[in-house]
Ligand binder design. Structure first.
Ligand SMILES: [Zn+2]
Length: 289
C-alpha cells in the first residue's frame, strides 16, 4: 500500500497527510489542515471515459427525457437564487459548469443576464439552444473573459471536479467585478451523510478530485481573497424516481435493492413528487472586496 500521496496538500501545501480510509477503493487522503483529496488523480483517459455522453444519463438528462428532472432542478436553483438575492438582486451571472443550463433558466427568469461555461460538448450544445453564443464550450480559463466582467459567478457541483483549484479560483476572482458574489455548492466531507457512510459516501467518485468542509472551504476562500458571507447546508429538491435511478446506477449493497423495491412499490405520481433533501452538500456565498 502506498503510504504517501503523490502530491502535497492542494490547500496548505503541507505533506502531513494520511489515507482517510484503509479499505477504500479510491485513494482518498486527508491533510492535517482538513483538506481531503484524491492522489493520484485518475488519468486523462480514465476521466475521458467517465465524462462521455452517458455521464448525464444518471441525471435523467438524456436528450429525449429532459423534462423529468427539470422541475426538480429549477426548484433547487430558485432556492439558491433566493439566497443570493439577499445580497445582490440582478446583473451579469456566469454559471461555470452550467450543464444544460437549468440554473441559467432560473436566473434569467429572476432578471439576471445569463452566461455559461461548460466542458461537455453534449450538454453545452443543449445550453446553446437556449442561450446561444453566451454559452462557452470549454474550461473557464479557455473562455478568456475580460477582467471584472461578472456580478455573480456560480459553481454548482463543479469545484470538486477541478484539477488545479488555485489557478481556477484565481481566474474566477479575476473576472468578478469588485463587490461581486461567488456561489459555490460542493459536497461537504464533514456532513452527517459522509460520517455515516464512510468510504461508501455517494460523493466519493473517481471524478471528484477535491472534497471540502466548512473549515477547508473557508481556508480556500481566504487564500483566494474572498471573504465568505454565508456557509450552510444546501438541500436539493429530489423525487423518488431520481433517487431510485441514482442507486441503480451507483450500486450500493443495501440501497440498490431498496431502490429497486421502491420502484415497484410506488405509483408514478408519488415517485415524481419533489421534496427538499439534505444531500451532504454545502452552499457558500463570498464577496470580492
Ligand atoms: Zn493541508
Amino acid at each position: 500500500m502506498v503510504m504517501t500521496p503523490s502530491r502535497n496538500c492542494p490547500l496548505c501545501g503541507g505533506s502531513t497527510t494520511q489515507k482517510k480510509y484503509a479499505d477504500a477503493q479510491l485513494p482518498v487522503w486527508q491533510c492535517v489542515c482538513g483538506a481531503v483529496f484524491l492522489s493520484p488523480f485518475p488519468s486523462a483517459e480514465e476521466l475521458k471515459a467517465i465524462y462521455r455522453d452517458t455521464y448525464y444519463e444518471t441525471w435523467g438528462l438524456t436528450a429525449d427525457n429532459e423534462n423529468a428532472p427539470r422541475q426538480m432542478k429549477l426548484l433547487t436553483f430558485s432556492a439558491r437564487l433566493k439566497k443570493i438575492s439577499r445580497f445582490l438582486k440582478t446583473g451579469k451571472v456566469l454559471d461555470v459548469g452550467c450543464a444544460t443550463g437549468y440554473f441559467l433558466e432560473a436566473a434569467k427568469a429572476a432578471g439576471w443576464e445569463p452566461y455559461g461555461v461548460e466542458l461537455s460538448e453534449y450538454s453545452s450544445r443543449l445550453a446553446q439552444q437556449k442561450f446561444g453564443a453566451r454559452i462557452f464550450n470549454g474550461t473557464l480559463e479557455e473562455a478568456h473573459f475580460a477582467d471584472e466582467t461578472f456580478d455573480l459567478i456560480t459553481m454548482s457541483d463543479l469545484l470538486e471536479h477541478v484539477r488545479d483549484i488555485d489557478a481556477f479560483m484565481h481566474e474566477a476572482v479575476r473576472i468578478l467585478k469588485p463587490s461581486g458574489l461567488l456561489m459555490i455548492v460542493t459536497p461537504n466531507v464533514a456532513s452527517l451523510s459522509c460520517r455515516m457512510m464512510g468510504a461508501k459516501w455517494s460523493h466519493y467518485k473517481a471524478e471528484h478530485l477535491h472534497y471540502f468542509s466548512p473549515v477547508t472551504i473557508k481556508a480556500l476562500l481566504k487564500k483566494s481573497g474572498m471573504p465568505p458571507l454565508l456557509i450552510e447546508p444546501s438541500p436539493k429538491y429530489l423525487n423518488l424516481a431520481y433517487i431510485i435511478n441514482q442507486f441503480q446506477t451507483y450500486q450500493h449493497p443495501i440501497f440498490t435493492p431498496l431502490a429497486t423495491g421502491a420502484d415497484r412499490l410506488f405509483p408514478r405520481s408519488i415517485k415524481q413528487a419533489n421534496f427538499p433533501v439534505s444531500c451532504g452538500e454545502l452552499l457558500v456565498l463570498a464577496r470580492k472586496p
